[in-house]
Design a binder for this molecule. Structure first.
Ligand SMILES: [Zn+2]
Length: 181
């Protein structure tokens, strides 16, 4: 999970409509889901880390520091689950790059290099957005079934990367030495 840098808010104070933050978030983070990292051409949403649907977090509804970008899959799995910032790893504040291992099969695993507490937090993040699940379908807020195809897409991205590595290194296992300048 790539760490992201949202930098300082482009506005003084909170956004009166959180959707207005979308262009600034996209310009700083790219059109990628902050959790599953897929490129999302449409339907990328302003994600509230601490969900706006819970009364306790409503004051954070327009708060820049509470925003990420999320795809429909991650967003609808996360829904209004309460989020305590000390119980999860988040790509805008933790080194999430070192926290996970991605396999050729599309699965994501928590790195055994982390200490036991950090492993617990990393696992909680996967569970929060359903990245610990195998491919399946879930119901969205309207009861419509959405395919959780993130596993399949990770597998495809892996194959593309392996293919590209083969193209650049010849046999796919070693990089060519560059001639000295
Ligand atoms: Zn996602």
């Amino acid at each position: 999970m790539r760490p992201i840098r949202r930098d300082a808010s482009p506005r003084q104070g909170d956004f009166s409509n959180y959707r207005d933050a979308l262009p600034d978030l996209v310009s700083r983070l790219g059109m990628y889901c902050s959790y599953c990292e897929r490129y999302i051409a449409t339907q990328l949403a302003v994600e509230h880390i601490q969900p706006k649907g819970l009364p306790a977090y409503q004051p954070l509804q327009g708060r820049w520091e509470n925003f990420l970008l999320a795809c429909v899959n991650c967003n609808s799995t996360k829904k209004d689950k309460p989020v305590s910032l000390s119980d999860v790893l988040l790509p805008d504040r933790d080194n999430t790059l070192a926290a996970y291992l991605y396999s050729a099969g599309g699965e994501i695993q928590v790195s055994s290099q982390l200490n036991a507490h950090a492993q617990q937090l990393a696992q909680a993040t996967l569970a929060l957005v359903g990245l610990d699940q195998q491919g399946q379908t879930i119901a969205d807020a309207n009861g419509r079934l959405i395919a959780l195809d993130r596993v399949k897409q990770r597998r495809e991205a892996w194959l593309t990367a392996v293919d590209a590595r083969g193209t650049h290194s010849g046999d796919g296992t070693a990089h060519r030495e560059l001639p000295p300048c």
